[in-house]
Design a protein around this ligand. Structure first.
Ligand SMILES: Nc1ncnc2c1ncn2[C@@H]1O[C@H](COP(=O)(O)OP(=O)(O)OP(=O)(O)O)[C@@H](O)[C@H]1O
Ligand SMILES: [Mg+2]
Length: 319
C-alpha cells in the first residue's frame, strides 16, 4: 500500500486465523485522520484482535495494515496511544509516577511528562490522589489514570479498547468529553464499545463487525438509512385510512385499545410528508413519533443473529 495522507489507519483484506478458526476475515476499512471512529461488534466479533493487529502486537495471517502512513505501528509507536482491553498498572506506583512512566516510554522527557501528569490529574479530578498508590484507588479511578497515561504524550492516533467499561456515568461523560477534545485538537481517536449510545454521540464513522467479518462501515447517517423508517402514532382513525396515506409501506396495530399504530415508511418517504397528509385528510393525531432509529436497533438488526452464532461457533465447529 502507498502512504495515503488522509488516513490514520487502513486495513486491506486483513485476516487472522488461529488454526482453523478465522477470528478476523477479509477486513477492509479506513479511519480518516482527525475522526472519531467507532469499532463495534458483539462479543467475540474480532474487535480486540483487529486492534492488536493494528498495534503490531499480533501479525495478520492475510492482508495489509497501514498506520499513520507506515506499514508497521512499531515505526510510529511514539505517535500512537493505546489502552488495552485488559487493564493493568503497577500497583505500587502512584498516578503521577504511572503517567510519567507511560509518557516516557513514548519518548517524552521526564520534566515535561511530570508537568503534563499533574495537569491531567488536575483536569480530571484526580489531583488529590496524585501521590496515592494505585492499589489504594478504586478500579474506575485506576482506569482513568491508565487513560490519562495513554494520551499524556500527545499521540496523533489514540486507540482505546472498551474505554467506557468500568466507568460510572459521570466518568463516562468525562471520557466522552475527553475524546471530543482530542478530535478538536486534530487527533484521531478509535475506540471499541458495546454501548451504542457512546458511539452514537461521538463517532464520525463506525465499523460494525460480526463473526470476524465486516457487517457495516460508514457514517451513522448511512447506518440509519439501512433501517426502514418507522413512525409511531396514536389516533382514533381506522387502520385503512392510515394505509392509504402516501409513502406508507405497512401499518401494524400495536395496541388496539389505545389506537397505537406502527407505520413503516417506503424507501425515500419522509415522516413530515406523512404528518402533513394526516392533517390534510382530517386524521386527528394524539401523538406522532418519528424519531430516528437508534444505533442499538441497527446493531441488533445487522448482527443480532451473528452474536449468537459467534458464541456457538467459539464452542465448536462452524455451522
Ligand atoms: N490467541 C487466540 N487463540 C485462539 N482464538 C483466539 C485468540 N484470540 C482471540 N481468539 C478468538 O477470536 C475471536 C475474536 O476475539 P476478540 O477478542 O477479538 O473479540 P472481541 O470482538 O474483542 O470481543 P469482546 O467484545 O468480548 O471483547 C474469539 O472467538 C476468540 O475466541
Ligand atoms: Mg475485545
Amino acid at each position: 500500500m502507498t502512504g495515503s495522507n488522509d488516513k490514520a489507519v487502513a486495513f486491506e483484506g486483513v485476516g487472522k486465523s488461529y488454526g482453523d478458526f478465522r477470528a478476523v476475515e477479509d477486513l477492509t476499512f479506513a479511519v480518516p485522520k482527525g475522526a472519531i471512529y467507532g469499532f463495534l461488534g458483539p462479543n467475540g466479533a474480532g474487535k480486540t484482535t483487529s486492534l492488536r493487529m493494528m498495534l503490531g502486537m499480533i501479525r495478520p495471517t492475510t492482508g495489509m495494515i497501514e498506520v499513520l502512513g507506515s506499514d508497521s505501528a512499531m515505526g510510529v509507536r511514539e505517535r500512537v496511544g493505546y489502552l488495552p482491553e485488559e487493564r493493568g498498572l503497577y500497583r505500587r506506583m502512584t498516578p503521577v509516577e504511572t503517567i510519567v512512566y507511560l509518557a516516557r516510554l513514548k519518548g517524552m522527557d521526564g520534566a515535561a511528562a511530570r508537568k503534563r501528569a499533574l495537569e491531567l490529574l488536575e483536569r480530571f479530578g484526580l489531583a488529590a490522589f496524585g501521590n496515592t498508590k494505585i492499589e489504594a484507588l478504586s478500579k474506575g479511578m485506576a482506569q482513568k489514570v491508565q487513560i490519562l497515561g495513554t494520551i499524556a504524550h500527545g499521540p496523533d492516533l489514540v486507540i482505546l479498547d472498551e474505554p467506557f467499561s468500568g466507568l460510572d456515568p459521570v466518568n463516562q461523560q468525562v471520557l466522552e468529553e475527553l475524546i471530543a477534545d482530542l478530535r478538536a485538537e486534530g487527533r484521531t481517536v478509535l475506540f471499541s464499545t458495546h454501548v451504542m449510545q457512546h458511539a452514537e454521540r461521538l463517532c464520525d464513522r463506525l465499523v460494525l463487525i460480526a463473526r470476524g467479518r465486516l457487517a457495516f462501515e460508514g457514517t451513522l447517517e448511512a447506518a440509519r438509512s439501512l433501517m426502514p423508517r418507522v413512525i409511531r402514532l396514536k389516533t382514533r382513525a381506522p387502520r385503512a385510512a392510515l394505509g392509504d396515506l402516501p409513502g406508507v409501506a405497512s401499518v401494524a396495530l400495536e395496541d388496539e385499545a389505545h389506537g397505537r399504530y406502527e407505520i413503516k415508511l417506503a424507501d425515500g418517504a419522509e415522516g413530515e410528508a406523512l404528518l402533513r397528509a394526516c392533517f390534510e385528510r382530517g386524521i386527528a393525531l394524539e401523538s406522532f413519533d418519528m424519531s430516528e432509529p437508534a444505533l442499538h436497533d441497527i446493531f441488533v438488526s445487522l448482527v443480532g443473529d451473528g452474536a449468537r452464532e459467534a458464541d456457538a461457533r467459539t464452542g465448536g465447529k462452524a455451522a
